[in-house]
Design a protein around this ligand. Structure first.
Ligand code: VG1
Ligand code: CO
Length: 543
């Protein structure tokens, strides 16, 4: 097998964001060496690649086939000992995390831009996960970025043209064993160890009506196997279950705006007991119950509070964590139960050290991602099973579970307003101006309510001591309401401003967030001035 040293020139824009390197598909596809440069940069930084095992796969989006072969060619070129590839190039993000851990791999490459749309005019991405199964931490992504700016060569193997990555089997290519595997098996077996499958099966066979919408992302094969084949949900429970390169023209982002029809069917018309949808790479899940939408912030709190109902978590929770913009519903559960509570910057990479150290067992983000120490990624199908476990064990329905939670802890109304594709200079100016004014804001009055605290969120990892600064501006008011502003780190066009609003209360628990948070939203508008700064009167997406 011939391995060539290919001369290359660096690209200056390969900085990983909140979750991997994300760009327009045409950037990945059109620029010479773009994939190889990034993969080689990762391997140069990680080191000791020869003989090591890597996991490789993705959500099957447009360009994934080509990126798969090019990534594999660089791994073989670097004399990796073994590459475990998902059949047809498919692997969900949580499954990659699972397989890295089970097989003791050095790391894994996930070819996905997650919830971003795909296709030739959409987005593509590469995430690198490390040996604990989790996203590369900041210290590593900084070094990877530095490496991409100086790389001058990569090592490339010529893959045999008849190497078939669509069929299971093991084959030696040069010094590397290429093992094409069923991407579902390990992951499904892991789930079976965490939940009481017999109880969930009784629920699903007992007239319970549910739907799972894979949005043509990678979760279709996982959900079909777990929900339909193993747990006895009727065929057809999984919708849009075949992964497609363009996600069927959909935006594989499970939120009420993008999943209008499912929300109408379940929440508005009450035609099913339960429904869920996952994003392209399977780490997010939106949960709906008959007549009710579960805010992900509430979802995290409920799952943690009821963890004893799942065999894998009974009596095991000692600490929990949430990203900073996520509502404080989880804090109330932690306080009541005497658990430690950590508040981290946005992005799953910040949970890894806490999970590794055993300080937390369950964690989550407002952006539909929840997970636990079973992996080092958020996990969409796991969250679905956790809800089914709660319903199977406790009886009742989603609405009943949520309302009982609110009665006990009060309700943390939460909403997120996204201004997408705004002028990056205007977005940066907003953040910088407000940052400059932070110390003068406490004591000022907004719509009759005093602002009591304003800060630029910084985080020191309690395990590693690593610092992360400028992780969002947050404003606390005298009525205990909270506004957080930050710029997205996953977009590929313009800037996206995220405005997170929340307030706690014990009265009128069924009020929708739009009503309960109307006054807070008005204060946020006064802070942001979207009309003046961005020429916008309303956010593009309200979650
Ligand atoms: C968003 C979410 C964040 C999540 C990240 C990756 O990041 O806000 O909570 O971890 O996406 O999710 P940002 O920087 O755009 O706000 V995934 O499922 O796209 O890998
Ligand atoms: Co995702």
């Amino acid at each position: 097998m011939e391995i060539r040293t290919v001369a290359t020139v660096p690209w200056d824009d390969q900085r990983p964001g909140t979750s991997g390197l994300r760009k327009k598909t045409r950037v990945f596809a059109g620029r010479p060496h773009y994939v190889e440069n990034f993969v080689q940069s990762v391997l140069d930084v990680v080191g000791e690649v020869a003989g090591a095992t890597f996991v490789l796969g993705g959500d099957g989006r447009h360009f994934a086939d080509e990126a798969l072969r090019r990534t594999l060619a660089v791994l073989v070129g670097n004399r990796a000992g073994r590459v475990i590839v998902g059949e047809r190039g498919l692997f969900s993000t949580p499954a990659v995390s699972c397989v890295i851990r089970r097989r003791g791999a050095r790391g894994g490459f996930v070819l996905t831009a997650s919830h971003n749309p795909g296709g030739p005019d959409g987005d593509f991405g590469i995430k690198y996960n490390v040996g604990n199964g989790g996203p590369a931490p900041e210290s590593l992504t900084r070094r990877i970025h530095a490496r991409t700016r100086e790389i001058r060569r990569y090592f490339l193997a010529e893959l045999p043209p008849d190497l078939d990555l669509a069929r299971r089997g093991t084959r030696r290519v040069g010094e590397t064993v290429v093992e094409v595997v069923d991407p579902v098996a390990d992951y499904a077996e892991m789930l079976e160890g965490l939940f009481d499958f017999a109880a969930i099966r009784r629920l699903l066979e007992g007239g319970f009506r549910m739907a799972f919408d894979a949005l043509h992302g990678v979760t279709g094969p996982y959900a079909r196997h777990v929900l339909e084949a193993r747990l006895g949900a009727p065929p057809g429970t999984v919708r849009r279950g075949d992964p497609r390169p363009d996600f069927g023209g959909l935006h594989p982002d499970p939120n009420p705006t993008r999943c209008r029809e499912l929300v109408r069917e379940v929440v508005e018309e009450g035609r099913l007991d339960f429904a869920a949808a996952c994003d392209g790479d399977g780490d997010r899940a939106m949960i709906l119950g008959r007549g009710i939408f579960v805010s992900p912030c509430d979802g995290i709190a409920v799952l943690a509070d009821r963890a004893d109902l799942a065999p894998g978590y009974r009596g095991r929770i000692r600490g929990v964590a949430r990203s900073m913009p996520t509502s404080r519903a989880l804090d109330r559960v932690a306080a009541a139960r005497g658990w430690d509570l950590y508040e981290t910057p946005t992005g799953w990479k910040f949970f890894g050290s806490l999970l590794d150290a055993g300080r937390i067992q369950i964690c989550g983000e407002e952006s539909f991602g929840i997970g636990s120490d079973h992996l080092r990624e958020k996990d969409g199908l796991w969250a679905v099973l956790f809800w089914l476990q709660i319903l199977a064990a406790g009886g009742g329905d989603v609405a009943g579970v949520l309302r009982a939670h609110w009665r006990r802890y009060g309700r943390d109304w939460f909403t997120r307003h996204d201004y997408e594709g705004v002028d990056p200079a205007a977005a940066t100016a907003l953040v910088e101006e407000l940052r400059g004014r932070l110390s003068g804001l406490p004591g000022t009055v907004w719509g009759g309510v005093r602002l009591v605290r304003a800060e630029d969120f910084a985080y020191r990892d309690p395990v590693t001591g690593e610092e992360a600064v400028h992780q969002g501006l947050r404003f606390l008011f005298a009525d205990d309401s909270r506004i957080t502003l930050r710029l997205s780190g996953t977009g590929t066009e313009g800037a996206t401003l995220r405005v997170y609003l929340e307030r706690h209360g014990r009265e009128d628990l069924d009020r929708p967030p739009a009503t309960a948070l109307a006054a807070v939203a008005a204060r946020a508008r006064a802070l942001v001035e979207p009309r003046r700064r961005f020429g916008r009167d309303a956010p593009d997406v309200v979650t």
